[in-house]
Design a protein around this ligand. Sequence first.
Ligand code: CP
Length: 379
Amino acid sequence: MPLKPLAARKLDAAKLAPLMGRSLLLTDDYSDDELAALLEVAVALAWLDRDGKKTPLLPHELAYALFFDNSTRTKSAWAGAAARLGMQPVIVDGSSTQVSHGETAVETGAMLGMNAHAMGVRHDLILGEGNAFMRDVKKGIDDYLAVTGDSRKVPIVNLQCDIDHPTQTLADLCWLNEMLPEGLAGKKIAVSWAYSPSYAKPLSVPQGLIMLMTRFGAQVTLAHPEGYGLMKRCLASAKSHASASEGSFRVVSSMDEAFEGADVVYPKSWGPYDLMLERVAANSARDTKRMAEIEKEALARNALHKDWICDERRMAKTKGGEALYMHCLPADIGAEVSPGVMAKHTVNVAREANWKVHVIMALLATAKVPDLARRLAAI
Ligand code: CP
């Protein structure tokens, strides 16, 4: 799928129609045309925002979000998106809810969805759980709405799960579209593991990146040390998308090799796969001692690869020594990236992050606002 140049455009109502009522649980659930239509709306909303135009398309509605992990950017983007649409954002720490006392995701969805008009969820720490939790929340809401004959559209937005971080990767895609308006076909994108001493980070960002960036004809390279593989389903998806888009996808074990001639580099850390799997049983047994031991083991394992840093030497290997540096943030400066490289790109990574506001706005508006193309044209 080619990305169109970034410019204010008239939206096509027919292309937006399939997005009405839609939740976003994985980018892989959206067709190429649906993703393109969503991104057109994100761009249109960004343009209006940059022009200082107000877009109160969903006044007096509740945008509820549940976070089972820390967040700065995504919480802020959810609140910013809701406020710009005239909604009231409410963001709740998941551990403070009755989920921690065993209330199920289906029950939680029914309870919260009967009150809310949109629901965001972050549940990213335990493999096999986050995306399933979101699907159950959706079932709870959908069942409630169906049984009560309530016609409200209550989309569920994945604000990071164990498989994907779709609002992040779509924001990244919008940023790439802004920086490389000629499109991604033939561009070399390096998604690389990098050293982190801070914590065993989720796999969902690199997984989401390889599943999404391979859809546009790019040459995507995933680099990681032995033991830091990703979920098989995500690798299979990346291969399949690369083949369909006439791009390519490969996995290497050298950061230098991935950076060689790259147009774009995305170096970030994630946890060792076997230990991330071990967390599943320890978490379900509520074995906090074992969870702490696993975390310590993961950091010790990370420390074997301190040389996996995005520094000036590695950036010099990229195309013209000037690859676009990207990061979802927060970055471990001095570990994932050298202070000098980060200093050079600080404003750009903030601009990259800011796209998340417009992506979330686009998700909520396309799912909920009838006649969106005409409404936006009128603004
Ligand atoms: N990139 C990202 O999702 O940032 P937060 O964890 O701060 O939301």
